[in-house]
Ligand binder design. Structure first.
Ligand SMILES: Cc1ncc(COP(=O)(O)O)c(C=O)c1O
Length: 490
């Protein structure tokens, strides 16, 4: 692939195509430095007009779309509208211009899938089953044995991490903050990665806002998306509600919840726009190997497919040597998702982020954020930054709790091997054991009503395998497990 195609992630957008446009259309058709009036009236969404024009055989639809996008880009700059500036177009082609990346993605979006741009994007996602389930029990059940995050801290605990933090917090300004995220927080987040600078970090209200805005920024109705499944519902639901076509890349219990990469190759189509993975994985605790990640990286790169990597459990690998590089460090087009909620146990801060060098996705997400939260909570930004400065301590605490509770679980499942199938997770604070006798929904329902212990039936993920989610990074987990055992022995 040549440079332009590589950077747009679209094999049809070659330097040769742009050269052809410059040589054959811009220079020949508009020698007087002015576009033909027939071209000036077109808007990029006027696909039917393009089709009509292309029927006369003069230009292909694709050429005309690209050309019109170039005019639009030019008009966004200070160049006078209705005229062409060869110099600007050549700069865009050569990748030297600052407008290059966003314009490249614009072009890619318009040209790659042969379909109309449908605005406004339809968005009416189905109810979030997991959130509705938690809404019923989270604040009433005595023992949460299925939480997906680690034990939290108080504000006082956080402020005690650093001398002077309390006074600084009290004096922290409560005006609007910078929309992209406080620069000092973005610096701290960038430190988690290898190739990421603060300007590649876009801070959101939790990972959830970031998922929604990413999908809106990246997808058009009709796009094909492959999603690692079972999964956190928003990872496919938002794409579905936009009108994307979803293929589920299924993790199977009999393979230890590993993904099958031959299956991925079968799922990929010429119009596949996006692959979504979550590793370490919710709900199974599966962790992709480095070799598998390299295969995924290559597949995406070769075929110009975007990769969205939900890494909210990264840094909670039970064996730290298993930690994968973040996707955003592997390729300038890939997007990594992070959050304070899971590995750091600070869900109440509602601070999440994407890290990516993909300028076009970044800019589109930033523009959408103006319509959701505008900026983040100032106290949360302060506390998140403080916590990240001490992230090694926080993770060590959480990993310690996870390791200890995992040994309890190993013993528990050994004692009850006739009732459960235990697939030991490799990372994170959750697992997805299978109930071998009885119906998992009835089991969870009886358990919470009789013993006050909350488990999450796998049916909430629409998973038919009679599994349930178990969360084991809460301080009272040993007690909750003892209540579960009493319930089994009753
Ligand atoms: C895999 C995964 N991604 C994203 C999220 C959303 O995180 P947050 O609730 O912090 O927005 C969750 C929350 O459970 C999750 O498990």
């Amino acid at each position: 692939m040549d440079l332009f195609a590589k950077r747009t992630g679209n094999p049809t957008l070659t330097n040769a195509l742009l050269d052809h446009i410059i040589q054959n259309i811009i220079l020949k058709v508009a020698p007087a430095d002015t576009f033909p009036p027939s071209l000036q009236i077109f808007k990029p969404s006027d696909v039917t007009q393009f089709q009509k024009l292309s029927q006369y055989g003069e230009y292909s639809v694709e050429f005309l779309l690209v050309l019109t996008e170039l005019i639009m880009i030019q008009e966004k700059t200070n160049y006078p509208s209705g005229t062409i500036n060869l110099d600007l177009f050549q700069k865009i082609r050569d990748g030297a211009d600052i407008f290059f990346l966003s314009s490249a993605r614009l072009l890619s979006d318009k040209v790659a899938p042969k379909k109309q741009a449908n605005y406004p994007i339809p968005m009416n996602p189905a109810p979030f089953k997991l959130e509705r389930y938690f809404a019923r029990y989270e604040f009433s059940a005595r023992y949460l044995l299925c939480s997906s995050d680690c034990e939290s801290l108080t504000i006082a605990d956080l402020l005690a991490l650093e001398l002077g933090a309390e006074a600084a917090f009290k004096n922290h300004w409560l005006g609007y903050t910078e929309s992209l995220g406080a620069p000092s927080l973005r610096r701290e987040i960038a430190n988690i990665y290898e190739t990421i600078a603060p300007e590649h970090v876009l801070v959101h209200a939790g990972a959830q806002e970031a998922i929604t805005l990413f999908m809106q920024a990246a997808l058009q109705p009709g796009d094909h998306v492959i999603v690692h499944w079972p999964c956190y519902q928003s990872l496919f639901e938002i794409a579905k509600s936009i009108g994307a076509e979803i293929s589920y890349w299924e993790a199977r219990a009999e393979n230890g919840w590993a993904l099958d990469f031959d299956e991925l190759e079968r799922l990929i189509r010429p119009d596949t726009r996006l692959i979504v993975v979550n590793t370490p994985h919710n709900p199974t605790g599966w962790l992709m190997s480095r070799a598998e990640q390299a295969r995924l990286e290559l597949l995406c790169r070769e075929r110009g497919i975007l990769l969205f990597s939900d890494e909210v459990y990264r840094e909670l690998e039970h064996n730290p040597a298993d930690r994968l590089p973040a996707a955003c460090d592997l390729d300038p087009n890939f997007v990594s998702l992070g959050v304070m909620s899971k590995a750091y146990g600070l869900a109440g801060l509602r601070i999440g982020w994407v890290a990516t060098r993909n300028e076009s996705i970044y800019q589109k997400m930033a523009a959408l954020k103006d319509y959701t939260t505008i900026c983040n909570s100032a106290p949360s930004e302060f506390l998140a930054e403080l916590a990240l400065r001490h992230r090694q301590e926080l993770m060590a605490r959480n990993l310690g709790m996870i390791q200890h509770n995992l040994t309890l679980l190993d013993d528990f499942f050994a004692r009850h091997s006739e009732r459960f199938l235990w697939v030991r997770p490799k990372a994170g604070p959750i697992a997805f054991p299978k109930l071998l006798q009885g119906d998992v929904e009835i089991f969870c329902d009886e358990l919470v009503h009789e013993s006050g212990v909350l488990l999450l039936p796998g049916t909430i993920y629409d998973h038919p395998g009679n599994c349930f989610r178990l969360g084991f990074a809460r301080r009272n987990m040993p007690e909750a497990l003892a209540r579960l055992e009493e319930f089994l022995n009753r």
